[in-house]
Design a protein around this ligand. Structure first.
Ligand code: ZN
Ligand code: ZN
Length: 329
């Protein structure tokens, strides 16, 4: 099969023919329909994340059809349409797994990072971590739901339900999905982009944001909560300044540049800072349940798999509006 391979970090991916992977007993083999590109892929490539399996097939926003089943798999059949997210395996035994925080599992494995992912024609995945999807997700534009959607949702879910004014910092794949969910639930979204990025600000308003501006600007109203999707640590003191007393600041990314020192005054008033790590399978079930009532439309730009380097470069330089997706068929 054709695959885009990361042979070494800080190097472009290499287009190669490799053997189609065969499923182990607890795995399914999947013919991939589409695989979204996530900011985490850039962090893997650029060595912000330091421990990838190498060589590696990146990609953890996978949708596709099951083509083969391992002997011990139950609950999935050949021809089922599935989604494969970032969380690829957890031990089920450590203290985090036992208390319902499998996203923090000490022995977790991650799709497209410590196990092969979806920048290829086929992949194998542990059946217990695949989401069985109905036919409406067959369109390649659904692929970003598997991470941008899920991590966005976990970040949003961390905010107390009474929060009304929510700031989103960095308006890309995750923010544009979660804006649609939040607006449908009666929230008011304030979108912050890079200063001067009027294209992303227009996009945010089109997705339902009540206000959009540069991250250096002050929102017109105090915020109850903020989610930072951008990997920029200097946004943490800025968001603390933007949120009201009791406000929550959620850092939604897997990597962030250093957070500058800030005055305790900014944290005072029971403001909180929290990070979001990975996802649980329950997050996925909850998210797809909500999508039954909220018709989320993703804005996507499609690429062929062999154009992955080009797509990653465009993404890195902020030239993608919404999400980039590799389409295999
Ligand atoms: Zn991701
Ligand atoms: Zn565990």
């Amino acid at each position: 099969m054709n695959a885009m391979i990361l042979e070494a970090q800080k190097k472009p991916l290499v287009f190669k023919k490799v053997a189609i992977p065969e499923p182990a007993d607890d795995e399914v083999q999947i013919k991939i329909k589409a695989c979204g590109i996530c900011r985490t892929d850039l962090h893997v490539m650029d060595a912000d994340l330091t421990s990838p399996k190498l060589p590696l097939i990146m990609g953890h926003e996978i949708t596709g059809r099951v083509t083969k089943i391992g002997k011990a798999v139950s609950g999935l059949q050949v021809d089922d349409f599935v989604g494969v997210p970032w969380l690829g395996y957890t031990c089920g035994k450590c203290k985090f797994c036992k208390r319902g925080q499998e996203n923090l599992c000490d022995y977790a494995r991650f799709t497209g990072y410590t196990i092969n992912g979806g920048y290829a024609e086929y992949t194998v995945a542990n059946a217990r971590f695949c989401f069985k999807l109905d036919g409406k997700y067959d369109d390649p534009s659904s692929a970003p739901l598997m991470c941008a959607g899920l991590i966005g949702f976990r970040s949003y879910h961390m905010i107390s339900t009474s929060a009304k004014n929510i700031g989103l910092y960095g308006f890309g794949a995750a923010a544009h999905i979660i804006t649609q969910v939040a607006v449908a639930q009666g929230k008011k979204i304030f979108a912050f982009t890079r200063d001067g990025d009027t294209r992303s600000q227009e996009f945010a308003k089109k997705m339902g944001a009540a206000w959009a501006g540069g991250s250096g600007e002050n929102p017109p109203e105090k915020l109850d909560a903020a989610i930072i999707f951008a990997a920029a640590g200097e946004l943490v003191p800025k968001t603390l300044q933007d949120v009201d007393k009791g406000g929550e600041v959620i850092c939604g990314g897997i990597h962030m540049s250093g957070i500058p020192a800030f005055s305790y005054d900014l944290l005072w008033g029971e403001r909180m800072i929290k990070s979001v790590a990975n996802l649980t399978r329950q997050d996925g079930l909850d998210f797809f349940d909500i999508l039954k009532d909220v018709p989320v439309k993703t804005q996507t730009q499609f690429f062929k798999p062999e154009q992955a380097n080009e797509a990653l470069d465009m993404f890195r330089s902020g030239k993608i509006t919404g999400a980039a997706v590799l389409v295999m068929e």
